[in-house]
Design a protein around this ligand. Structure first.
Ligand SMILES: NC(=O)c1ccc[n+]([C@@H]2O[C@H](COP(=O)([O-])OP(=O)(O)OC[C@H]3O[C@@H](n4cnc5c(N)ncnc54)[C@H](O)[C@@H]3O)[C@@H](O)[C@H]2O)c1
Length: 363
């Protein structure tokens, strides 16, 4: 049976989600809502669904399985908490856009309430829902990487002083706007492959052309990390201050005792270098996926959430869960903490324990 979906927030990304639901055999998009009437009208006409100007009205009139929250707000996350909590309180499963919230206490509360109510809370950590990531994970599962030695993530929005348009919208006119809105993606990929991060040390800055305009955004973030298994790692992120270099929009290299992989341009290319053995040094294996459009990660991630809910996967085991998203926010707040202390080493706040379910354990 198809899952009934109600979407909250019909901006650009709400429409990307709507298009994904319209094509997914596990979903039926039944309603949308937005506080802006013209966006409701445009969406009801486009998708042939019912429309509302508040989530309260939508919940009162529709029998939904999942509420998908694609609102935005300050640092792209300050409008996520209220609709998510309203939907959870109404007993609905929630898929929330990233960041879970721009406020860490709210992130913790969202995860706590979903767990208490035994409801699914997923987050659109879409960047590792790709063929490149699937193949790279397989290399690790096949023991082609061995013991991991280091992990390097480099990401940036193409740009430079000529394309810089001056201070951004109020949404991003806070020092930590880029960190809170965006670093959830690279941290989610790093954690997906290398596990929990236990130590963080960061420097953040911005180029002169931003400084001269009084731009508050700390758009360049240099973050040194240590993972729980002792792997060391590095994340470099910038927001339209320089051109992409090697690896395109983002690249991620994980090196191990038996081999190294590098994903280039998120969805586009995977290279594997096997370490030398008694038989010599193998040739690198390059996989070009033929995919360059990152938007394919949206339907793939949304389908994974629909599969997990349909299959009644234990809430602690769904892919890209609220807890996974909370982990990335704990790291971001550790990055901020380290920056505020002049680059001190910081240990991210602990995650809530994954308790396990005695019924599941017994099976
Ligand atoms: N996962 C990704 O790759 C990715 C990429 C870009 C953006 N995003 C995320 O997607 C989200 C949406 O981004 P966007 O650019 O579409 O934002 P947007 O501001 O264009 O759209 C948000 C919409 O939500 C509506 N809204 C706000 N509060 C509401 C409420 N309480 N009830 C109903 N409607 C409400 C607004 O009126 C607006 O139409 C952001 O959180 C952003 O971080 C994710």
């Amino acid at each position: 049976m198809k899952l009934k979906i109600g979407l909250v927030g019909m901006g650009g990304i709400g429409n990307v989600h709507a298009a994904a639901y319209m094509k997914d055999e596990l979903a039926e998009l039944v309603a949308v809502c937005d506080v802006r009437k013209e966006r409701v009208d445009a969406a009801t006409e486009k998708y042939g669904v019912r429309g509302y100007e508040s989530l309260e009205q939508m919940l009162a009139n529709e029998d939904l399985d999942i509420v998908d929250v694609t609102t935005s707000g300050y640092e792209n996350g300050s409008w996520h908490f209220e609709p998510t909590m309203e939907a959870l309180e109404a007993g609905k499963h929630v898929l929330c856009e990233k960041p879970l919230s721009n406020n860490i206490e709210e992130c913790r509360e969202m995860v706590r309430v979903a767990a208490k109510k035994k409801l699914y809370l997923g987050c659109n950590l879409n960047h590792y829902f790709s063929e490149t990531s699937r193949l790279a994970k397989q290399l690790m599962a096949d023991d082609k990487i061995g013991e991991t030695v280091y992990a390097l993530f480099k990401t940036g929005f193409d740009g430079g002083e000529f394309t810089y348009g001056g201070k951004g919208s109020a949404r991003f006119q806070q020092a930590y706007g880029h960190m809170k809105a965006f670093l959830t993606h690279p941290f989610s990929v790093m954690r997906h492959f290398c596990g929990d991060i236990t130590h963080i040390q960061s420097f953040s800055t911005k180029p002169g052309f931003r400084k001269n305009k009084g731009d508050l955004l700390l758009s360049v973030n240099s973050v040194h990390v240590r993972f729980a298994d002792d792997t060391v790692g590095y994340l470099l992120s910038q927001r339209g201050d320089a051109m992409w270099g090697l690896g395109g929009w983002w690249s991620f290299e994980v090196a191990g005792s038996k081999g190294t992989f590098c994903i280039e341009n998120c969805v586009e290319k995977l290279t594997y270098w096997g370490a030398p053995t008694k038989d010599g040094k193998p040739e690198p294996v390059v996989t070009n996926t033929g995919i360059t459009n990152f938007e394919q990660t949206f339907p793939d991630r949304i389908h994974a959430f629909l599969e997990d809910v349909t299959n009644k996967v234990h809430p602690e085991h769904i892919r890209a869960s609220g807890r996974d998203a909370l982990a990335t926010m704990e790291y971001i707040f550790a990055v901020i903490d380290s920056y505020e202390q002049g680059g001190e080493l910081v240990r991210p706040h602990a995650l809530p324990a994954a308790h396990g379910d005695p019924v599941v354990e017994r099976i």
